[in-house]
Write a protein of this length. Structure first.
Length: 464
């Protein structure tokens, strides 16, 4: 971590002195299995939110659990002076499911191995949440002229189903959610050593296709040849929707609104540090669709997708049970890019499937729009300068392959620029076994956020 700012000469030792406390607070958060998509874990999600409220109160902030139609939302407020600009900081407290199979450590007990801290939620998103929180503490101690709001969600990993309604309601109740900018720390650098600021996120349409052709499973010897097989028909339908070898979507007009990256954007993406071999190793792939590195990079960052997540139906026990199943279900999704609209894409998918398999039921499970920020926005520029000062390198401006529905909601309801300052690395195991977060990355993140806060304080209020 580089420190060129004369006013920050004590920053590095100050952050180094926070290491033990950071690990202790992260251990307490990781120890609570806040798995939002498992109803049995909902009391633990709430307990995690209550602990997080306590962390905010320790900082001197007002904090409360706001009830939603689903799991609560943690809302914090630290107003030093109403004349100061305000930054709203979003993170999430819920995590992906985890069992012990394949883990080298216990997933819900933080364990340190050298500089790396292992545990579910360490990098997604409890570690980055704490990095931002510790940076706020340093900013307050340095009398940085900035106000802070915190929005810590408990349903991000299940698609943020309650977030938009809760945020809209909060915005209408005095004192509302007036802010000058929004910071989200829930994204990934494509490569260690090369900081990145995503200016775009892919959107998402998740849907189910169900097909029922009988009232019960039947013997394939007495009925085979005459009976329709729903598993086989859904497999054929999927192959009509897209080419599984290339990923090319075959649904008419699917690509009509896709905004292609400009030559300057492609040059920025090339600076990201993305390497095919490293990507392959980090995710445990045996092979990939494309040998060309640029094509592979853009397939992740700037192109839409069609994915098959599961095909359920028939017999799945040992051996072969010779039945024709009565029903089957395909679990599918599309990642979307600007300017694709989730509702319109789903309508085209549904119409296509109706033409190929009229008695299939198509159900939309989740949807979020893609997000694209203004590359010339003042807050993105401030973030880029903070990255340069902290890590000694200009950030690569990238597009994130994943989706964060809350980002679109924040931008729409609060009507302010969202800056995506993530800290996670491919090797951190986002959503995977042996998830971890390295202290050097947390240390750099605290310094980054602190410097960014100082720059925000200097931006005149009222900027778009």
């Amino acid at each position: 971590m580089r420190n060129d700012d004369k006013n920050d000469t004590q920053l590095r030792p100050a952050i180094a002195g926070l290491r033990d406390e950071f690990a202790d607070k992260l251990a307490a958060l990781v120890a609570i299995p806040s798995v939002s998509m498992e109803p049995a874990r909902h009391p633990e999600v709430r307990a995690c939110a209550e602990l997080a409220c306590g962390y905010l109160r320790e900082l001197g902030a007002e904090a409360a659990l706001i009830e939603t139609k689903g799991l609560p939302l943690v809302v914090g407020r630290l107003i030093q002076d109403v004349a100061f600009p305000t930054v709203t900081i979003y993170n999430h407290l819920d995590v992906q499911p985890a069992d012990s199979e394949g883990w080298k450590t216990s997933p819900f007990k933080l364990e340190a191995v050298g500089d790396r801290l292992y545990g579910r939620g360490a990098t997604d998103d409890k570690g980055p949440l704490l990095a931002a929180l510790f940076a706020v503490r340093l900013a307050l101690a340095a009398s940085v002229r900035l106000n802070f709001r915190f929005l810590w969600e408990c349903e991000e990993e299940m698609g943020s189903p309650s977030f938009a309604a809760a945020l809209a309601a909060l915005a209408k109740v005095p004192p509302g959610l007036r802010t000058d900018s929004i910071l989200v720390s829930d994204t990934i650098w494509p490569a260690a050593g090369q900081p990145a600021i995503p200016y775009g996120l892919r959107g998402l349409v998740g849907f189910l296709v169900r097909l029922r052709t009988g009232e019960r499973d039947v013997h394939s010897g007495t009925t085979g040849g005459a009976a329709r097989n729903p598993v086989g028909e859904l497999a054929a339908l999927i192959s009509q929707c897209y080419d599984a070898r290339t990923g090319r979507v075959r649904i008419p007009h699917f690509y009509d609104e896709v905004r292609r990256p400009s030559p300057s954007e492609r040059r920025q993406l090339a600076r990201s540090g993305f390497r095919r071999a490293r990507f392959k190793q980090a995710h445990g792939f045996r092979s990939l669709r494309f040998a060309d590195e640029a094509r592979l990079r853009e397939a992740i960052m700037t192109a839409p997708t069609f994915e098959v997540h599961g095909l359920v139906g028939g017999y799945s026990g040992p051996g072969v049970k010779t039945i024709v199943p009565q029903q089957a279900e395909a679990k599918l999704s599309c990642r979307l890019v600007s300017d694709q609209r989730p509702a319109e894409i789903f309508r085209r998918i549904k119409r296509f499937i109706a033409g190929k398999c009229p008695d299939a039921e198509v159900v939309c499970e989740s949807a979020s729009a893609p997000y694209l920020a203004d590359l010339q926005g003042p807050f993105l520029q401030a973030a880029s300068q903070a990255v340069q000062e902290t890590f000694g390198k200009a950030p690569a401006l990238t597009r994130e392959g994943g989706s964060i529905g809350a980002v679109v909601t924040l931008a729409k309801i609060l009507r302010k620029e969202v800056v995506l300052l993530g800290l996670s690395l491919p090797e951190d195991g986002y959503h995977a076994i042996n998830e971890s977060f390295a202290w050097p990355q947390a240390e750099g993140g605290i310094a980054l956020f602190y410097r960014y806060f100082r720059k925000l304080a200097a931006i005149p209020r009222g900027r778009p």
